[in-house]
Write a protein that binds this ligand. Structure first.
Ligand SMILES: C[S@@+](CC[C@H](N)C(=O)[O-])C[C@H]1O[C@@H](n2cnc3c(N)ncnc32)[C@H](O)[C@@H]1O
Length: 372
């Protein structure tokens, strides 16, 4: 079986967490890289990555790399790839491009050239051409053009992998599930001791913690991945994928430590409850103001994403009161994905771990404190 080169795309700032995860999941030739993690394997390793990675945003397959000093070189390089395993004239496609430090500077134009080369190849073979579909294409193609070198990737994921399928309702500023999984790994939580998110919103962090603790593969709740829509995906492959899903389901455990999701907003807590039900995990829920937390129980890990922005500006005292509550949780580990510098400033002691992370367009910092 041929070894293929894949790429697991990461949210900026989560690359080391994704690299650790890919090593732990047993993928081969895993390398730490800015933006994502390359790995190698037979074709089904790409499927396994879609089903099992909690942190990757997308899994992509490298189809070709070539020098690309001109428009013609781009067209010829794409035309040299055999597209028939992926696309028939009945399929729809989308092409995205990123161009840096290259002769071709316009990404929209580069994407169009790639699309033309693919469509021309299929039309020359069959007399008909696949059409472009931006919202929900059967096949997604990516061009990365840097320093006049092109790399063409095919997406295996379809919808981005943070869309696990369990989150029907979201409150204000929900975290992507992949980012929640990344900060849980960075928190170094042991998956067996109690964990609490005291400002849980739609419950993403607590749900991802429970899925991880029980070894429930995150892709099992997804009805379909992108690779299942490729032209070559046949009933034999569908059967092998069903077997892989069955093995992953069998590897899940029913044991979970106590994981609590709390918030002071009862409507938001209702959403978290229904999301946890949809994800098939049991959490403890509590309606409580975070400032009433007490450190009088066995040490917990706190992983949370406190409010920021307009809501916070209305109450300048809030940060100070929250950080002073956290400072009284002696022996606990407190981990914050903070969207404002106020929490770090108010906690005054240096964090054990600090990592800038992009949360959508927002620059955040992930902070870990062992409270003495
Ligand atoms: C940034 S959101 C958390 C989003 C969450 N991580 C998710 O994925 O949906 C912050 C949450 O803090 C909650 N919150 C605000 N003030 C609070 C307080 N005093 N006590 C507890 N929760 C509070 C809000 O209701 C909101 O759900």
């Amino acid at each position: 079986m041929s070894m293929l080169e894949f790429y697991a795309a990461a949210i900026p700032g989560t690359e080391t967490a994704l690299c650790d995860e890919m090593h732990e999941l047993g993928f081969a030739s895993v390398r730490l890289n800015r933006g994502g993690i390359p790995f190698r394997g037979e074709p089904s390793e790409g499927w396994r990555a879609c089903l099992t990675s909690r942190i990757a945003q997308r899994i992509q397959l490298l189809l070709g790399r070539f020098p690309c000093p001109s428009e013609q070189a781009l067209f010829d390089g794409v035309a040299a790839i055999d597209w028939s395993p992926y696309l028939s004239p009945e399929h729809t496609l989308s092409v995205s491009a990123v161009c840096t430090a290259s002769s071709i500077t316009h990404s929209g134009f580069a994407a169009l050239k790639v699309k033309d080369a693919i469509v021309d190849q299929i039309r020359a073979r069959s007399g008909r051409r696949p059409s472009v579909e931006r919202q929900d294409p059967d096949v997604r193609i990516f061009l990365y053009l840097a320093n006049d070198k092109a790399a063409i990737y095919l997406d295996l994921s379809g919808e981005p992998l943070h869309r696990r399928g369990y989150r029907k309702d979201a409150g204000e500023a929900p975290l992507r599930e992949t980012l929640a999984a990344a900060i849980l790994r960075m928190s170094r939580w042991d998956r067996t001791s109690p964990l609490v998110d005291p400002m849980c919103g739609s419950g993403t962090i607590a749900i991802e913690a429970a899925l991880w603790a029980r070894n429930i593969a995150p892709g099992l709740s997804r009805p379909q991945f992108g690779f299942e829509r490729w032209a070559s995906f046949d009933p034999d492959e569908a059967e092998r994928l069903r077997t892989m899903r069955g093995e992953l389901r069998a590897a899940a455990s029913s044991q979970s430590p106590r994981i609590m999701a709390a918030d002071n907003d009862p409507d938001v807590l209702d959403m978290a409850r229904s999301n946890a039900r949809a994800a098939g995990v049991k959490l403890a829920f509590k309606e409580r103001d975070v400032r009433e937390m007490q450190g009088d129980q066995a040490a917990h890990t706190v992983v949370t994403n406190p409010p920021y922005g307009v809501r916070l500006e209305k109450s300048p005292l809030f940060c100070r009161e929250v950080t002073s509550t956290f400072s009284r949780l002696h022996g606990w580990r407190v981990c914050l994905l903070a969207g404002t510098p106020d929490y770090e400033r108010d906690l005054s002691t240096a964090p054990q771990f600090r990592r800038p992370i992009k949360n959508g367009d927002l620059d955040c910092v992930f902070l870990v404190y062992d409270i003495k």
